[in-house]
Write a new protein. Structure first.
Ligand code: SF4
Length: 215
């Protein structure tokens, strides 16, 4: 109980920090509640197109399937059976969508969103373009500061992402990052991005779920 209250207080602090940075923040206990918030935002905004970015969290909570079942028109490059050309097209279309759904690699206690991208499309769309950005993340992505965020991404998330994507980069064998991005064209760590704040209020909606989700 005490541990739970401590966690709640910590996330409440992060939500306040996000709001100070002009982002809308939500804290929910379950993936189902997070799905309901996303639906509510989409129903209100009625975006002409909804892009989906690579995120284990979105799929773990069943958000993508749920939205498809409810008739939302998603641009999903990760749908099974899609050809490589179509994947590329959908990634481009997602980047230009009116609303995008994504996870984040880390959030600092001060409310900064920290990400490392291989292609850069996700981080770029989070920064500029889509009118609405919906970020869904587990409480495990909260870290103390930017330095800790990059350390966490490189040491924990990136090796697992390499495995998920089927890449044989050195961190897969070593179990930790060896900074191969200095010399290796196949590194998935090409763009390191910190989002400090938003220009437009409520453009970015960050939904934090009180569970361990994603990498
Ligand atoms: S920089 Fe290279 S070794 Fe480090 S996490 Fe990224 S892909 Fe792996």
């Amino acid at each position: 109980m005490a541990e739970n209250n401590k966690k709640k207080a910590k996330v409440a602090k992060v939500c306040k920090a996000l709001e100070r940075r002009n982002m809308k923040a939500f804290y929910v206990g379950t993936g189902k509640e997070a799905c309901a918030i996303v639906e509510k935002i989409l129903e209100k905004e009625k975006p002409s197109s909804i892009g989906v970015f690579g995120s284990s969290t979105l799929r773990e909570i069943g958000l993508i399937e749920n939205l498809k079942k409810k008739g939302f028109n998603l641009i999903d490059p990760y749908e099974k059976g899609v050809t490589n050309d179509e994947v590329f097209k959908r990634k481009n279309d997602s980047f230009c969508a009116e609303c995008v759904l994504t996870g984040t690699n880390a959030i600092t206690e001060e409310g900064q969103l920290v990400n490392i991208d291989g292609l850069g499309n996700r981080a770029a769309a989070m920064i500029y373009g889509p009118k609405k950005v919906i970020v869904v993340t587990g409480v495990n992505k909260i870290v103390k500061d930017i330095k800790t965020a990059f350390k966490r991404i490189k040491q924990k998330a990136a090796p697992k992402n390499n495995i998920r994507l089927g890449y044989n980069n050195p961190c897969v064998k070593e179990g930790h990052c060896v900074e191969c991005n200095k010399t290796n064209d196949k590194s998935i760590c090409r763009f390191s991005v910190v989002i400090e704040r938003q220009k437009f209020a409520n453009r970015m909606n960050v939904i934090i779920i009180g569970k361990e989700l994603g990498y």
